[in-house]
Ligand binder design. Sequence first.
Ligand SMILES: Nc1ncnc2c1ncn2[C@@H]1O[C@H](COP(=O)(O)OP(=O)(O)OP(=O)(O)O)[C@@H](O)[C@H]1O
Length: 227
Amino acid sequence: MIHFHRVSVEYPRTKTMALYNVNLEVKKGEFVFLVGHSGAGKSTLLGLALKRLEPTSGAVYVAGQNLANLRGNRVALHRRNIGMVFQDHRLLADLTVEENLAFILRVLGVDPREWKKRIVRVLRTVGIVHKRRAYPYQLSVGEAQRVAIARAIIGRPPIVLADEPTGNLDPENAVQVLEIFKAIHASGATVIIATHSRELVEAYPQRVVVLRSGQLVRDEKTGTYAL
Ligand SMILES: Nc1ncnc2c1ncn2[C@@H]1O[C@H](COP(=O)(O)OP(=O)(O)OP(=O)(O)O)[C@@H](O)[C@H]1O
């Protein structure tokens, strides 16, 4: 589903080698924890899959397509296959929760008659249907993160990527958010979660890929957490 083939990334301004010769293949329906210290290259790897940046060398394939060959509208279409959850949720501040979600459905071209049903269903999945009329500033950090997940999955993408989705949450909220990702995985999506959290990794024994200073140093089937 996602294949990083001998991928290196250098940020030219700072001449930082963020990734070095990374080979990683993630199959359809797999769940992968991407772990590593701050600066190890996790966000850079997720950014490559989204085509938010280009590899300096090597190639990235998503669903069999070499992303280097995608231009213009096809980049936008590619991104629709990926639901991305950022740590700093990035909700639109002047729209309510349901308006934030409707915004996505509009972009995706979903029939407006479907919106209400889709929004209520996805908010049930993440457990905050009662907050649908709230504005982002009226949400707790945990609630905002749930809306960010709802926004990522409302288009039913086959791939869901999350960058430190529990980084700002207390342990109880983190476990609840993990439950949402487990459900997304169970529904058939391919899921990659970048995290520092040992608790998260140990709470759901799945494949663990470890980056260290831009290199992939471990890849374990039902990994234990060790950086
Ligand atoms: N836009 C950029 N310009 C220059 N250097 C960058 C840029 N983005 C990231 N880097 C550098 O690339 C390396 C990898 O960064 P990246 O954000 O991918 O790591 P990370 O594992 O996601 O870290 P964190 O857990 O702190 O988010 C770091 O040394 C970082 O300073």
